[in-house]
Ligand binder design. Structure first.
Ligand code: SAM
Length: 212
């Protein structure tokens, strides 16, 4: 998702207390930001934030961080966040390639990837958020028993992701090619903006949960 540049987005983000600036400074100390020891879960590429805001609302004893690369997109999430009183959700405007500089080993309890950009050209495979290169980065921040959950309607990207999981030495706990028809995996499912859009067009949603 890339919205046209919005004038002033940078200033709004700079002034918002829920967007953490210089996040590297909190590496290994994110519990101080939240002022508690609750587990921390991140969504990488959260877009306008519908999923992570609903997760934070339903689970006040879990901390959430929404990661989004583009300020114009993050701005939309912040506008929605203003209408809530959530204190267990912060945001980062960063490229996910830098996650190892921001979180310490084992600091993250769960990683969510929802409808990540497919980067269809082979030469761009390393940019896919489920590539082995990214799995190696996640390995450095995820708790030993942590989980990564990925949803997409893109069959090619999903099959690639299942392959990369094995190549990177991760294991598949559960997967489905049709989440909304899968009684057990769909329990408590929270839809993202893209999930609502693509499932309403009749696209089946694929999901995998993986661990090391
Ligand atoms: N997760 C949302 C959903 O399911 O509705 C948005 C999906 S949108 C297709 C993918 C989002 O991931 C975009 O907003 C994009 O800017 C963000 N993104 C892609 N690559 C990223 C990266 N390397 N670091 C941070 N965000 C990224």
């Amino acid at each position: 998702m890339r919205l046209r540049n919005i004038k002033g987005a940078g200033e709004v983000i700079e002034a918002n207390e829920f967007v953490i600036k210089n996040p590297e400074e909190h590496k290994g100390k994110w519990n101080e930001v939240f002022q508690n020891d609750h587990p921390i879960r991140i969504e990488i590429g959260m877009g306008k934030g519908q999923f992570i805001m609903e997760m934070a609302r339903q689970n006040p004893n879990i901390n959430y961080i929404g990661v989004e690369r583009y300020s114009s997109v993050l701005l939309r999430a912040l506008q929605k966040h203003q209408e809530t009183e959530l204190t267990n959700l912060y945001f980062l405007c960063i490229d996910a390639r830098t996650v190892e500089d921001i979180f310490a080993q084992g600091e993250i309890d769960k990683i969510y990837l929802n409808f990540s950009d497919p980067w269809p050209k082979d030469r761009h495979a390393k940019r896919r958020l489920t590539s082995r290169e990214f799995l190696t980065r996640y390995d450095k921040i995820l708790r030993a028993d942590g989980r990564l959950e990925f949803k997409t309607d893109n069959r090619g990207l999903f099959e690639f992701s299942l392959e990369e999981t094995k190549e990177a030495g991760w294991k598949i706990q559960q997967h489905t090619f049709d989440l909304h028809q899968d009684e057990s995996m769909n329990v408590g499912n929270i839809m993202t903006e893209y999930e609502e859009k693509f499932s309403s067009m009749g696209n089946p949603i694929h999901k995998m949960i993986i661990y090391r």
